[in-house]
Each structure stands twice: as structure tokens, then as C-alpha cells.
Ligand binder design. Structure first.
Ligand SMILES: *[C@@H]1O[C@H](CO)[C@@H](O)[C@H](O)[C@H]1NC(C)=O
Length: 349
């Protein structure tokens, strides 16, 4: 009844017809036969319009109430898209003398549905102790929620070399590598979402920590670049790298980094003890001629602030970008401002 009245009033307002007091007055003032004719006509039009509005209204109501089932829009829990048949990912943890962080990190990633295997890159002169190995093996089994338990392995390197983290892995079952530092925790939901983004673009680097290169002032004839940290990305929304401290990439890049990338770049990384992540970003950008993908997701850094908070860190990073540009003879990085978000969590379009 209320709906009917509302529609009738609206109808009267919009066409200035039967229910408008102003129109009624005007009609009464005119000659009688004309008035009657107009009155009938308006009543006819108003009835027809009212009928059409109601019909449309009911039609919409019926249509929207039936959409989900008629189009097969059944809501699945998010974990269903990570069935083992579609393959999961191998978590590659880079660690260095921080066993308590490593224990937390392994326990967390073992609990994520998509984790097929966990490899820890060990770069110390002493191999991991039997008790640590034993402990971590047990943690992986205990924390895993899936029937298929992730495999756990140490990849032991005697020398401390930052390039170790990108050595090809022999017994690996997945194409997807999730590369992580031992003090970075990405919640499983965000991790699984990033994995689905990577599956849509498997040759791209997909990650949580974006960085940018900025054009600085010209030195001689060469352009010089500046490495843009968190603030510059936050301010401008532009980025051209995602760091390997929390990123997915295809396993083929491990082989390319170790066996195809110019040795001078690996030597540079080893000498400077820095910038292996920038080197990987250059490698992928050069291979794809495309930007990486930044995925929305909160990550937690559980350790103390690492080298990235030291003052000469940013000077080193600027230098790496410029030195890699010289070594490549060109700048392969491609910038973008695209960010991947989980549409289920975005309420407003
Ligand atoms: C960059 O990519 C090109 C084309 O794929 C390749 O020929 C070249 O060797 C790459 N450069 C470096 C420094 O890896």
C-alpha cells in the first residue's frame, strides 16, 4: 500500500499529471468539455504509467532474487581454489643466524594450505644442528592442516653469499616459488590470494613489497636513477619492482639468475652483500618487458629492523640501480600503478 502511494505520487510529480495540484487548478480554469477530455486522458496515462512502473518493479525484484542460482553464482570458501591438483607453491626461506625467527617462520608457512614444500637456504660454515632439523621437521607436520604434508628441507651452502637464495632447487614439484626472508610473516589468506594472482601471470613477479626507480638529475650524458622506498610508493602509487623478501616468481628464474644472468651481476651482489633483490627485479623485467604486480596484503616483520633501516642502506640501493643499468646497458624496469586487491574484501566499487 505504501509502495503504491509512493509510486503514484512520484508518477504525478514527474509528468506533472493527475496528482499535481497545480495542474488540477489549471484544468479547472479551462472550458468544461476540454477539462473533461483532459481529465480522462490524464487518468488513462497515469493508470498506464502506474502499471508499467509496478510491472518493472516486480520484474526487477524477481530477477535479482533469482540471479545467484540461475547464473550459478554459488559462494565457495576461498580455500577451494587451492586444491592440490592445481599445484601449490614452494616456500623458499632465506635465513641467517636467527634460529628463533626461523622456527616461527617455518611454523607459520607450514600452516598455509598452498604450501607444497618448505626449503630453508642455509649459508653458514656449520651445518644446521640435528636438533634444529628434527624440531623443524616435527613443526611442519604438526602445523600443516592438509592431508598432504609439506616436505621440509635445508639447502646447505657453506659460504655466506647472497646469491645462494636464488640457486636452482633440484627436487621441486611446483612452478611457483614464494621467496621470503626469515623475519617476514604473510598471513595465509593474503598468501593464497597472491598465489592466484601469480597463476594469472606466471612469468611475472607478484609480491607485497613494492619499490620504485626515479629519474634523478643527469650526470654527463647518462641518466641517473634514485631508488624509491616505501614513502615514495605510498605517496605516488607508482612502482617498478617487488622485493624478493616476500614475492612469488616462476622457478625458471632461479635457473636464469644462477646460470644465464651475467656473472658480473652475481659478483657485484656477492661483493656488496646487497641488492640481490634488485638484481632479480632487473632479470624478470628484462625477460618479460613488463612490470611486476603488487598485491594488497598486510605483512608482519617479526625481527628487529634489518639492514634496510641503516642510513647508508639507501645510498647503496641508489648505487645498485645505477650500476645494474650500466651492466645491462639499458634500464629494463617498467613502472606501473596497478595494485591487485581481493574483490570480496572491497565493499565499494
Ligand atoms: C635481456 O633480455 C634479452 C632478450 O631476452 C637478452 O638477449 C639479454 O641477454 C638480457 N640481458 C641480460 C643482461 O640478461
Amino acid at each position: 500500500m505504501t509502495t503504491l502511494n509512493l509510486i503514484a505520487i512520484r508518477d504525478g510529480e514527474s509528468n506533472g499529471g493527475f496528482y499535481s495540484p497545480a495542474k488540477e487548478k489549471a484544468a479547472i480554469r479551462g472550458p468544461f468539455h476540454h477539462r473533461l477530455h483532459l481529465f480522462r486522458r490524464l487518468r488513462h496515462v497515469a493508470k498506464l504509467k502506474l502499471f508499467l512502473v509496478l510491472f518493472t518493479f516486480c520484474g526487477f525484484f524477481w530477477f535479482f532474487s533469482r540471479i545467484p542460482s540461475s547464473l550459478g553464482w554459488n559462494i565457495h570458501p576461498s580455500s577451494s581454489s587451492f586444491s592440490p591438483s592445481r599445484g601449490g607453491y614452494t616456500v623458499l626461506i632465506n635465513t641467517w643466524k636467527r634460529n628463533s625467527l626461523l622456527k616461527q617462520c617455518v611454523a607459520h608457512y607450514a600452516s598455509c594450505h598452498g604450501t607444497d614444500a618448505i626449503h630453508v637456504i642455509w649459508s653458514e660454515s656449520d651445518p644446521p644442528s640435528a636438533s634444529l632439523t628434527d624440531y623443524l621437521n616435527k613443526v611442519v607436520i604438526a602445523k600443516s592442516h592438509t592431508a598432504h604434508k609439506p616436505t621440509f628441507k635445508f639447502d646447505v651452502n657453506e659460504e655466506d653469499n647472497l646469491n645462494n637464495r636464488f640457486k636452482p632447487i633440484k627436487d621441486i614439484r611446483t612452478d611457483a616459488i614464494f621467496s621470503i626472508d626469515d623475519d617476514v610473516i604473510v598471513p595465509c589468506g593474503a598468501l593464497d590470494f597472491a598465489f592466484t594472482v601469480w597463476q594469472t601471470a606466471p612469468s611475472t613477479m607478484v609480491g607485497f613489497v613494492p619499490r620504485m626507480h626515479w629519474l634523478g638529475e643527469k650526470k654527463d650524458t647518462h641518466a641517473s636513477y634514485k631508488y624509491g622506498g616505501w614513502w615514495s610508493v605510498w605517496w605516488t602509487g607508482a612502482y617498478s619492482m617487488v622485493l624478493s623478501k616476500a614475492a612469488f616468481f616462476h622457478r625458471m628464474y632461479l635457473d636464469m639468475y644462477t646460470n644465464q644472468m651475467p656473472a658480473s651481476i652475481r659478483e657485484y651482489v656477492m661483493r656488496e652483500r646487497n641488492c640481490e633483490d634488485i638484481a632479480m627485479s632487473f632479470l624478470v623485467a628484462n625477460a618479460t618487458a613488463a612490470p611486476p604486480i603488487w598485491v594488497k596484503g598486510k605483512i608482519h616483520e617479526i625481527g628487529s629492523y634489518g639492514i634496510s633501516s641503516l642510513k647508508d642502506h639507501s645510498t647503496k640501493r641508489h648505487k645498485c640501480v645505477n650500476d645494474f643499468v650500466s651492466l645491462y646497458g639499458t634500464l629494463p624496469l617498467v613502472s606501473t600503478d596497478v595494485k591487485a586487491v581481493d574483490a570480496r574484501k572491497e565493499w565499494f566499487w
